[in-house]
Design a protein around this ligand. Structure first.
Ligand SMILES: [Zn+2]
Length: 315
């Protein structure tokens, strides 16, 4: 999909493509299999430079920092973290206390509980099994996934790595005013996580959705509430935006939110029906979905099915 207001810039990075989305906003879109993790962005509102998410790879975050400096000639004043998953968070370690890190109060709480716990688990993980499987893996895509996972784990375990946690939080939302434009931060409960943050530029009609939007790929449902997510997406589709930077995938429009909702609704229904007739829901195949969802590729489908089977038992 191409946008007449989203110009691709010629910044060189092995991790991402850089787009100028509007007068103030830039989209940082991860290259497939680059190991960068979530997309990111930056917004130059003249008085301030705001970075949106910091990726899951410290080297990708170095490129992000470099791109922001090159195109704005500013040091970042704020980082906004959209949610607690490490594939959006690792790069905070690169920024010192002169950069304020903002998020919702629930996301900070998630980082301080689940996030810290996961980091400890990563530090104690045995890497031998992964190193062995890397030696015998022949599929290029799977191989680069293992390589990226190993790189991530080695970063977490290195003595020099220290994750910086957000130091400014809000309950519902807040606005950062610049001379150029204003930037709205809003948070939602019960969707991809319980504290997802969106970043919206009303004057320029640009939306950064974090992982509320996985564009044309299986959204990870297991950290949140699938039914709540459908409702949040319906609200997001009423926002006046021309271009959206999703958490994963290419630049998007409202159509991608509606496709994501279609996926969540269909998968809920498919799992419900399998359980209803006493069959194993893991038998669900891509071909059981509507045509426009059948081409999606991601190992997350099976995890989503297992999560929904448990979720439906509880509800
Ligand atoms: Zn996420």
């Amino acid at each position: 999909m191409s946008f007449d207001f989203g110009k691709k810039l010629d910044f060189e990075s092995e991790f991402f493509d850089l787009y100028k989305l509007s007068k103030s906003a830039y989209g940082v879109i991860a290259k497939e299999n680059s190991g960068m993790g979530g997309n990111a962005g930056f917004i130059d509102i003249e008085d301030y430079l705001i970075i949106v998410d910091t990726t899951g790879d410290v080297d990708a975050a170095k490129d992000l920092k470099k791109a922001a400096a090159q195109y704005t000639q500013k040091e970042p004043n704020f980082i906004v973290i959209t949610h607690y998953h490490m594939d959006h968070l690792m790069g905070t370690s690169l920024f010192d206390v002169s950069t304020q890190i903002m998020t919702s109060d629930r996301t900070l709480n998630n980082i301080q509980t689940d996030g810290r716990k996961r980091l400890e688990e990563f530090k104690n993980m045995d890497l031998k099994e992964m190193e062995e499987s890397l030696k015998i893996e022949t599929d290029e895509e799977k191989k680069s996934k293992i390589e990226n996972d190993l790189k991530f784990l080695k970063t977490v375990r290195s003595d020099t790595f220290s994750l910086r946690e957000p130091n400014v939080t809000f309950k519902e939302g807040c606005v950062v005013y610049g001379r150029g434009t204003s930037v709205q931060l809003r948070t939602f409960n019960n969707a991809h996580t319980n504290g997802d943050v969106i970043v919206y530029l009303p004057e320029e009609k640009v939306l950064f959705a974090g992982d509320l939007l996985f564009t044309r790929r299986d959204p990870w449902l297991g950290s949140g509430n699938p039914e709540g997510w459908i409702i949040v997406n319906e609200k997001l589709m009423t926002i006046d935006f021309k271009v959206c930077v999703p958490g994963h995938g290419q630049l998007s429009s409202k159509e991608e939110f509606s496709l994501e909702n279609k996926y969540i609704k269909e998968l809920l229904e498919l799992v419900k029906n399998k359980i209803g007739v006493g069959e194993d829901p893991t038998q669900i195949k891509r071909s059981d979905f509507s045509k426009e969802l059948q081409s999606w590729k991601s190992p997350v489908l099976e995890m989503n099915i297992n999560f929904l089977a448990e979720y439906l038992k509880k509800s």
